[in-house]
Write a protein that binds this ligand. Structure first.
Ligand SMILES: [Cu+2]
Length: 462
């Protein structure tokens, strides 16, 4: 904290903020009040995710040199004092400053308005002397509700993610991959819009498919209209941060990472910029599939499904467009647990489709950020599961546990027609949207399944 000069002799200055910066037009009558003594330096240090100090105490009418010092920050931060329309913004490792005179005694909140940062703890209080009851502890302004706007007319779900076909090469190659993180808005559920951040505009992002031994040249772009730095940590990368460090990329910039895909499997990739779970809960994740040299056994159809948990705030969520709530994210109690980014992303015309007699494979990833999945397909057994997407499979599995930040590869043959429901068998999550549908067409073999006498419940039991 700066040492504070005594106050009292400047009480007659006007009640507004006098800005001495270039874009200000200060009233002349106020100017003398701050200039007869040197400016008091007030330095506020920003990190992920806090200010030091959290309480700034200044003297009414005194000239202040306010410095936002982000030397310790690994991403950009801001210091906004909305009551005075003060907005300092500093990139990682830099400072930003402004000369000010505060002429309105009282206590005013300051915060970092970048998405999620206030809720993560970047808030404080500016106490201007003359206020009754000087500085108090920073108010806990962490609304659980997040921001809700009216639902835009005609908003639809995000497009489905791209699935990549099997690699047929018999030798390693250099593979170029381009991913862009950008903000996109779509329906998370009927009547509920969400401001996602997404790789290439889908949740999950595109499946990246490689062969063991490939060298990947990954160009990562962060769209100009992104509000924050983003990055990419792939669990398929061997090296510091899975690439998360070298790909920290400011809005409008690009980074390039080259890595060798050393091990086969299905690997989660995700944003690794602070606050990481917030960026994941916004939709920045996908799967990198690295095939063993001889591939996996051939199947008739492959599907790409990722589970994620979403935190909106509001209890229960009402219709509207949501920014998401970091405060709620930190409770680990999601409003939605869904497959492929939204409730119903794998339903109706978007349901997975196959025929009796076919074999199918699901690359199933769990982004979290918080919840693992007890992955199960109602009415089927997995003939083969590669648990945690490892190299050995086990046969004849009902439910496979997939950790957050993990994946599984499941294969099964379809013997009987009907609708099979993909669930997280922590079944309360069904009520939060955790269902996908696999529609199977073809002849029914009564030797496998037959309704001898149906009950009269009329429900959709399993
Ligand atoms: Cu990010």
């Amino acid at each position: 904290m700066p040492s504070l000069p005594s106050w009292g002799r400047l009480a007659s200055v006007p009640i507004w903020l006098l800005t001495l910066g270039a874009n200000a037009n200060p009233p002349a009558s106020a100017q003398g009040g701050g200039n007869d003594v040197p400016a008091v330096e007030v330095r506020v240090q920003s990190t992920e995710f806090a200010y030091e100090p959290k309480i700034i105490t200044v003297e009414t009418g005194r000239s202040i040199h306010l410095i936002l010092d982000n030397h310790l920050g690994t991403i950009e931060h801001e210091l906004s004092i909305p009551a005075f329309d003060v907005h300092l913004k500093a990139p990682a490792g830099k400072t930003s400053d402004r000369r000010l005179v505060f002429d309105r005694p009282g206590e005013y909140p300051f915060e970092c308005p970048l998405p999620g940062h206030t809720e993560a703890g970047m808030l404080g209080v500016l106490a201007i002397s003359g206020a009754a009851g000087a500085a108090q502890a920073a108010r806990a302004e962490t609304p659980g509700g997040g921001r809700i706007e009216p639902l835009p007319a005609g908003l639809s779900r995000l497009p489905p993610p791209e699935i990549a076909p099997p690699v047929t090469r018999k030798h390693p190659a250099t593979v170029r991959v381009a991913l862009e993180a950008r903000p996109v808005t779509g329906l998370l559920a009927d009547g509920v819009g969400y401001r996602y951040w997404a790789y290439n505009g889908t949740v999950p992002g595109p499946m990246i498919r490689l062969r063991q031994g490939d060298t990947v040249e990954l160009t990562f772009k962060n769209a100009l209209d992104s509000p924050l730095t983003h990055s990419l940590d792939s669990h398929a990368v061997t090296g510091p941060g899975g690439g998360g460090k070298v790909t920290q990329t400011a809005p409008g910039e690009t980074s390039v990472l080259r890595f060798k895909a050393l091990k086969p499997g299905a690997y989660v990739y995700h944003c690794a910029s602070p606050m990481i779970p917030h960026h994941i809960a916004k939709g920045l994740y996908g799967l990198m599939v690295v095939e063993p040299p001889d591939g996996w056994p051939k199947v008739n159809r492959e599907f790409y499904v990722m589970q994620g948990d979403f935190y909106l705030g509001g209890d229960p969520p009402q219709s509207g467009l949501y920014e998401g709530s970091v405060a709620k994210l930190l409770t680990e109690k999601p409003d939605y647990v869904v497959f492929n980014g939204s409730v119903g992303a794998l339903a109706k015309e978007h349901a997975l489709k196959a025929k009796v007699g076919e074999t199918v494979r699901i690359f199933f990833g769990v982004a979290g950020p918080n919840l693992p999945s007890s992955f199960h397909v109602i009415g089927e057994m997995f003939d083969r599961v590669y648990p945690e997407a490892g190299s050995q499979y086990v046969s004849n599995v009902q439910t496979t546990l997939v950790p957050a930040g993990g994946a599984a590869i499941v294969d099964f043959k379809l013997e009987y027609p009907g609708t099979y429901i993909l669930v997280d068998h922590s079944l309360a999550r069904l009520q939060k949207g955790g269902a996908g549908f696999l529609e199977v067409e073809g002849p029914a073999d009564p030797a496998i399944f037959e309704a001898v006498q149906a009950g009269h419940g009329g429900g959709a039991g399993h």
